[in-house]
Ligand binder design. Sequence first.
Ligand code: CA
Ligand code: CA
Ligand code: CA
Length: 325
Amino acid sequence: MSTKKFLFYILFSFFILSTSSFAQPVPALDENIPHLVTFGGDGETGWGDDDFVQIIFFSIPETFDAPVFIRVYDPDTGGEIDEQKGEWDTMMRYSVYGGDGAASEEDARRSNLEGNYLSGNLLATRSFTENPRYDNNWYTFGPFNPTEGELLPEYGGYIFKLVIEGAKGDDGNLYKLFLTTEGKENRPVEGAFAFYFKYKFRLHNDVNEVSHIYPYMTSEVIAIKQSNFDWDNDGFIRIISPTKNGEIVRASGDDNWTDSRHAISEGDHNSSLDIQMIKKKSNLVKDNNVVIFLENQYGELMPFYSIPIGGIPEYKYSIGIKPKK
Ligand SMILES: [Ca+2]
Ligand SMILES: [Ca+2]
Ligand SMILES: [Ca+2]
């Protein structure tokens, strides 16, 4: 394949990926993560949620001019998929924000709960306790006009922020999200995607499953620092990229944070990283909830994308081993 054709192929792949239904659910299909997690605010951090708030951003292309909806699967805390601690007594508050500052506010990206993380215009909010009506079922926020989002071309268009807060109680809320063009079904918004700077989720209860997250390395990045919480020593985390053939990332134990630094070389620029979470093969770590975030060499948070930009990266032997001059 000629270089030109190859470049076209890359762009074409990106176009297909970014417009497929794969881009619309959170967690994304390519991530192979079963559910997001947020605990009630009276919970214990040792159950796998460090601060009882999750913040997810959705990006809608400027060219898209029809209404959009944000749907939440199993928004209540109770019933089949959620994590019970004593009585079901948890209240989860979901709030959608748009307008100036919704996503550009540093406190929102860093989920600095002492600061102005509820920035922007509040467009919709609703709280849920245990409610069988929404067990294994969807609740829909919207419609929203795309221009109600915050316009940030560097993040692909109009941005909406969904904040999920454990207002009361101590149980674990498991849930999924979908950005859609319809209020009653999941229909992808063409060219849209989600991104998140601090990600809290449940790993599979199956030792053979591998979950993934996909940050993108621009040409300015020369080093990253990953931090993770409450991994419970569940197997290992590794990086696959054009120059990294399974570089090991330090993983945390029970109820603590750990971090590790990783150099990023030229061969990884303009590519996603595939950060793989490989569960321990013996002694299943059951119901393992974890938190992870990433910073660049300036200490700036780096987003994970629901689409691996440029496609899922692969190790390239010819780049990993530099030719002698
Ligand atoms: Ca739930
Ligand atoms: Ca409880
Ligand atoms: Ca855990």
